[in-house]
Design a binder for this molecule. Structure first.
Ligand SMILES: [Zn+2]
Length: 170
């Protein structure tokens, strides 16, 4: 853990406002630590620029209060973080996503809120599984492409609507 702290990966203004205790349990701390060591620290070093975590761990109670968040989100396990280049723009975030892909250690990278005809994201969602198989999925979610989440009728679970565009973006 060189560039990130558990505190910045679990603090939440929304949780504080709602009076929700978002303190990560031990297994979540282990997952967050693995996310930093395997993904966040290496990409921070590669970019040479500060990275801001806009959302890291979200306890289930907090996650349920986030509009559009999937109920089985990896954020609830400490496996995912939403990140941006500090004081950067969409191009910086695009390069950040590409850098993670190039470094090769990730479970899922989602270029979030990209335009219909570009791959410039408002933020990057990245995950890492400490246990189990990392899927190496690269996805985008297009801004304004309809509801972010769709209710799965059978299970009642919310799922994210995003497009897998493979690894050919580089
Ligand atoms: Zn996310």
């Amino acid at each position: 853990m060189q560039f990130f702290t558990i505190h910045e990966l679990s603090r939440s203004h929304k949780a504080a406002t709602l009076g929700i205790d978002n303190t990560p349990p031990n297994d979540v701390v282990l997952n967050l630590t693995a996310l930093v060591i395997n993904v966040l620290d290496p990409v921070r070093a590669a970019m040479g620029k500060p990275i801001r975590v806009t959302s890291g761990y979200r306890c289930p109670e907090l996650n349920a209060r986030i509009p559009g968040a999937s109920s089985d989100s990896q954020h609830t396990k400490g496996e995912a973080a939403d990140i941006v280049i500090a004081k950067g723009g969409k191009w910086d975030n695009y390069l950040l996503g590409c850098a993670i892909v190039r470094l090769g250690n990730f479970d899922q990278v989602i270029f979030e809120n990209v335009g219909k005809d570009d791959l410039l994201p408002d933020w990057i969602h990245v995950s890492w599984k400490r246990t189990g198989t990392n899927r190496h999925e690269i996805r985008k979610h297009v801004k304004g492409s309809g509801p972010i989440e769709q209710k799965k009728r059978k299970t009642g679970k919310t799922i994210r609507k995003s497009t897998n565009f493979g690894q050919n973006i580089l």
